[in-house]
Design a protein around this ligand. Sequence first.
Ligand code: ADP
Ligand code: MG
Length: 229
Amino acid sequence: MQDKAIALQDVDLSLGRGAARVHILKGISLDIGQGEAVGLVGPSGSGKSTLLMTMAGLEQPDSGKILVDGTDLAALDEDALARFRGRRIGIVFQSFHLIPTMTALENVALPLELAGEADAFARAEAELEAVGLGHRFHHYPAQLSGGEQQRVAIARAIVSNPAILVADEPTGNLDEATGQAIIELLFALKRGRGATLVLVTHDLNLARLCDRTVRLRSGRIDTDAVVTA
Ligand code: ADP
Ligand code: MG
């Protein structure tokens, strides 16, 4: 029995080589409950993106432990980790990471196809419609605006109904109305399916809707506070 979606225990992480090596995360310990929405805030360069990628198993810590749904990520080999991530974690990258040679629809359908699901394209179409891109199925990423690419990335991250969604500034490139629609979509995942959300954001509207705000400063947790209405 455990009710933690994500637990980090004294995580340290450095990136880069030689003189360019940077000690980014310094002794991070953090528990995130299942179904909790956590806003990750802090100044640029404080380590928010790196922390998000570390939780998602895309960066390996130098020391410390990361447990996702009770599974120690260090105990999984590369293939097992990729499968684990594919099944449980939706990731929205700050720079989207869409596949340039695939259309919006193909990008969104890809995780379902990789999981061998039969109705991949129908579900991808529905998800693109939900993010307001029903008219952009057959466009390639380079033919889309930044905000549209961001919405494709969000559709791809949520199409498989992940139990955990980590998103790096998911409303960062959007106008207010579109941002609001995306916020509703993310929180519908939490309400409807009890998904856990970890959202890096500078958007106060978004941060206010979270259960908790964790503020990073120079790679350490500066404050960890419950959001009061
Ligand atoms: P944030 O998302 O809060 O702006 P990041 O996690 O992107 O911060 O980066 C934290 C710090 O780590 C920054 O100073 C950045 O320059 C540095 N950094 C990030 N990635 C690398 C890398 N691959 N190699 C070296 N330094 C990096
Ligand atoms: Mg960042």
